[in-house]
Each structure stands twice: as C-alpha cells, then as structure tokens.
Design a protein around this ligand. Sequence first.
Ligand code: PLP
Length: 269
Amino acid sequence: MTNAAPHTALTIAGSDSGGGAGVQADLRTFFAHGVHGLVALTAVTVQNSLGVQGFTEIPAEVVRAQIKAVASDMGVDAAKTGMLATAEIIHTVAGTLDEVHIGRGTDTPFVVDPVAASMTGHALLREEALEAIRTELFPRATLITPNLDEVRLLTGVEVTDGASQRQAAEALLEFGSAWVLVKGGHLYDAEDCVDLLTDGAETIELSGPRIATKNTHGGGDTMASAITSALANGADVPAAVSAAKRFIERCVAEAYPLGAGVGPVSPFW
Ligand code: PLP
C-alpha cells in the first residue's frame, strides 16, 4: 500500500529549548495544518519562560546543506524564515534559496518573519544582520510579517494608528517583497488587533479581538508558520493570512502558563 504524501513546508529558524517558539512552534503549526515540516536549523537558543540566556549559531554551510538536502529530495511547497542569527547565515540562505528555486519569481512561496528580538527584549540577531534581511531576503519574499518593533527597526516608522500603519506598509514594500503584513498586535492601547496586508494594489485590513493574556510566547512564529502552511496547501496570500489570523487567535485564547515568566501560545485545541 502507498499513501499519498502531504504537502511540505520548510522552516529555516532557530531552536527554543523552552519549546514555545522557533522551530518547535513551526513544526507543531505545520502538523496542525496537515503539512509535513522540514527544518534547516540556524541557531540553538538557551531559553525558558523568563527569556533567552544566549544562543549559538549553526555554521552557515550546515544551514545551506540542510536546505539543499531536503529540497533536492523531498520537495518544498512553501518556506519560511524565523531567527537567522547572523548576516553570514542570511547571505547563505539567500543564495541557497536561489539555487533550489524558492521565493519570489518561482513557484514556491517564501515567507520572511524578520525576527530581531524576543518579546522579552533579548537580541536574536547580530546587529549588522538586519540590513542583510532587508536587502537580501525581502526582495526574495512572497510575504514579510514584521511586528511593530521590527517595523520600527526596519523603517524608522513608529506605528501609533491606522495611518502610520499604512505608511509603514508602503515603506516596507519598497524593500521588494510581493506582499507586506504589518501586524498590529503590539499596539497595546488599540481595542482590536488589526493587521494590514498589502501588495501595493490591494490592501486588506484584518481585524480580530485583543485577547487578554500574558502568555504569548511564540505567537509571531506561529502566525508566520500558519501562513506558510496554508500557502503550502495551495492558498493564495490573502486567503492564507486570513486563515492564519483565525488560527493564531485560537492559539492565543488557549495559551497556557508554564514557568514563572511568559507561557506559550497553545497548539492544543
Ligand atoms: N526563540 C526563537 C528561536 C525564536 O525564533 C523566537 C521568535 O521568533 C523567539 C525565541 C522569541 O519568541 P517570542 O518573541 O514570542 O517570545
């Protein structure tokens, strides 16, 4: 007997020893969408609910070899990046994605979550590396998914309302991705959580309830991997983002306490 293979999604990201963010969040999100997860590990973080104590990056050539190994044999229906740690890894990932035909201008969608720091404020990216994400990854991206802190670092725009959120989205599009999703979740005084999705021609506002919980660890990773899962399953970008928004709302609503600090969003429902 031979069963049909599921779609595949590749995460190029770091490990979270606490199991709430990083590749751990990506893999469980892929699983929840019936998608087979492939992994190119970029870094090993040492962290728990109280924060990130440190990280060690994987040699760039090993990151490249992981991507080549799975893409050449198993096939990749969609890919995403999370924590990339260094400019050298970013540069290597960009070149490798070209080699295996993933990203803008190919048939394989590519989502860039420009992870710069954890919500507890610990850097997950060496300082010079943000520029490499902007110049080397954004032009290859089908979609980028910055939160408001990342928007400020990338564009200098401080998002305080809908008008500045639109202004930030326009500035981000200039870096060359096909679509931009500016997530409004960190606009804490807003009543709803409004995300703005645009490709320059079409602009979609996705609104959802703000859910009161301190346990939101891994939320950004889970959102980006839910989008990537839907893309792997054949959805277009607006459909993938709107399905992912419903998925993350449920994960945040079901988030649980674990440890003395910030607990993870939940895959159990
Ligand atoms: N650790 C890893 C490996 C991550 O990839 C991320 C986010 O992308 C984090 C930690 C931070 O997660 P959060 O900001 O949700 O705490």
